[in-house]
Design a protein around this ligand. Structure first.
Ligand code: C2O
Ligand code: CU
Ligand code: CU
Length: 517
């Protein structure tokens, strides 16, 4: 792998020090009734204390690395609801059952304002971690919600405005895994054979400290790209396996890197799940494009592998568009490992013989497809163009405003709408047409269904099932069907390239209250 480079950059930004850029001014728009006290009427099945805190971790020999990390503790409920990843900066895996009532007492102990968002979960607006709810160091925000989501691989990460990129990069992220009866009935590999893996990229200086951004404009336009690939917080990750089948859950937890995932030997990937849980049946892909924020679940069968053999999951080379072209791209930011470079993601070592194991189920789950005829606007999708304006990424030419919504961003509870995201760069061969790069688009609050894609030149998408984040490569357009929930209030939709999000490629949508209609 590529060597750590010398950076003329601010290093050692995490740990107890300030992150690059310092503390932004606290916006005084927090609702007066901020959640600082538990609601006595909310009887939690699981009550946990979670904090974001500076820490030190030995990642490489020598100086420990300063990080920011989530740490948690079960106050009430099953101790097995939290699974710590040994020696990783990542937060504990939070494991819950559908239908459980969860209270999370979140304390901010980092020198920056922050708030936690539960990516993929359907929770009330005040529980969703909107940036206007960010708390300063020393304060506590209490989350209380019932888990309505079906079984699936969700995750949690910070969401303060303009500071999400550096905070996630510093180490603040963790998985939130939901199980349910339907999933149990599918008979998939479980416990030690159910492996969640978080893929990220990081850059270190010679003193083992994380290096984030140079502040260079082009780097901001592209998004941060690290030159080491990390899995579950570890470089050069190896997964030891037995000769049997596994369920492998993959989260792209990187700030802006896209992975074109494939098995090294060319065996197609057997995909059993996406963002919002299991598909109805397995699908096969030679490779899967996984954008930041997206999840994919694989059935990985090593039963025909000889003892001692190895394979790896790799990211194949691809064209990431003009801005992502690295050194050779016209606008390249000179990233040592450009977006679209090929590299191994992790190694698999077969080191244990097991004679029996489960076989791949033909049916995994039931998904009721939305009917376009039932949408409010079957013929006239609401369109959202991903555009560069005045050297900033925008949605329909707008950037984030803390509480503002445009008329088309207001929706009725329970309504089914067609939304269309367009990444065609404003058309033509002009400068705008060239200023075109991938954008992973994410909606808070609800899982949605993909209706159709246009302009796709490859086979690496898994658009089946429930999604909350969809990758749009340059030239692509996608139509989704989203049914808004009954929780009123402000929710976000944004590009999950965290540097794009931080520069304002994010907007609110507003769900009106039921009695308002
Ligand atoms: Cu995973 Cu608004 O984010
Ligand atoms: Cu989210
Ligand atoms: Cu973007």
């Amino acid at each position: 792998m590529i060597n750590r480079r010398q950076f003329l950059k601010i290093a050692g930004a995490f740990g107890t020090g300030l992150a690059t850029g310092g503390i932004g001014p606290l916006l005084n728009v927090r609702p007066a009734a901020a959640q600082s006290q538990p609601n006595q009427k909310f009887i939690a099945d699981l009550d946990i204390a979670l904090k974001a805190t500076p820490g030190q971790l030995s990642i490489f020999p020598g100086t420990p690395t300063g990080v920011w990390r989530y740490q948690a503790q079960v106050l009430e409920g099953e101790a097995s609801s939290l699974v710590n990843l040994e020696g990783s900066y990542l937060g504990p895996v939070i494991r819950v059952q559908k239908g459980q009532k969860v209270r999370i007492r979140f304390t901010n102990d980092i020198p920056d304002e922050t708030i936690v968002h539960w990516h993929g979960l359907h929770v009330p607006a005040l529980m969703d971690g909107h940036p206007r709810l960010a708390i300063p160091r020393g304060e506590t925000y209490i989350y209380e919600f019932e888990v309505h989501n079906r079984a699936g691989t969700y995750w949690y990460h910070p969401h303060p405005h303009g500071r999400t990129g550096p905070q996630v990069y510093g180490g603040l992220a963790g998985l939130f895994i939901v199980s349910d009866e339907e999933e149990k009935a599918a008979g998939l590999p479980s416990s030690e054979y159910d492996i969640p893996l978080v893929i990220q990229d990081r850059t270190f200086d010679y003193d083992n400290q994380l290096v984030y951004m140079s502040g260079h404009m082009m780097e901001r336009m592209n998004g941060f790209l690290g030159d080491w690939i990390f899995v579950n917080g570890k470089p050069d990750f190896t997964l030891p396996v037995a000769t049997r089948a596994y369920r492998v859950r993959l989260l792209n937890g990187s700030n802006s890197r896209i992975y074109k995932l494939a098995w090294q030997d060319g065996t197609p990937l057997t995909v059993i799940g996406t963002d919002g849980g299991l598909l109805t049946k397995p699908v096969y892909r030679r490779y899967v494009m996984l954008g930041p924020g997206e999840r994919i679940e694989l059935w990985a069968d090593f039963s025909s592998f000889p003892m001692g053999s190895e394979t790896s999951l790799v990211s194949l080379p691809f064209d990431a568009g003009m801005l992502g072209g690295g050194r050779r791209g016209m606008m390249g930011n000179g990233a040592a490992l450009p977006n679209g470079a090929g590299f191994p993601v992790f190694r698999v070592k077969v080191n244990r013989l097991e004679k029996s194991g489960p076989t791949l189920p033909k049916r995994l789950s039931t998904i009721q497809p939305y009917r376009i005829a039932e949408a409010l606007n079957p013929q006239y999708p609401k369109t959202f163009e991903l555009l560069m304006r005045h050297m900033a990424w925008t949605i329909n030419g707008r950037t984030f405003q803390m509480e503002a919504t445009a008329p088309h961003e207001r929706v009725k509870p329970g309504s089914l709408e067609v939304w269309e995201f367009i990444n065609e760069g404003g058309g033509g061969m002009g400068m705008m047409g060239m200023m075109n790069m991938p954008h992973p688009i994410h909606l808070h609050g609800k899982q949605f269904q993909v209706l159709q894609r246009y302009g796709v030149r490859h086979e690496g998408y898994v658009d089946d099932g429930w999604k909350d984040t969809v990758l749009l490569m340059p030239g692509e357009r996608i139509r989704i069907l989203v049914k808004f929930g009954d929780y009123p209030g402000l929710f976000l939709y944004h590009c999950h390239n965290l540097e794009h999000e931080d520069m304002g490629m994010m907007r609110n949508y507003f769900v009106e209250s039921v009695n308002n209609t």
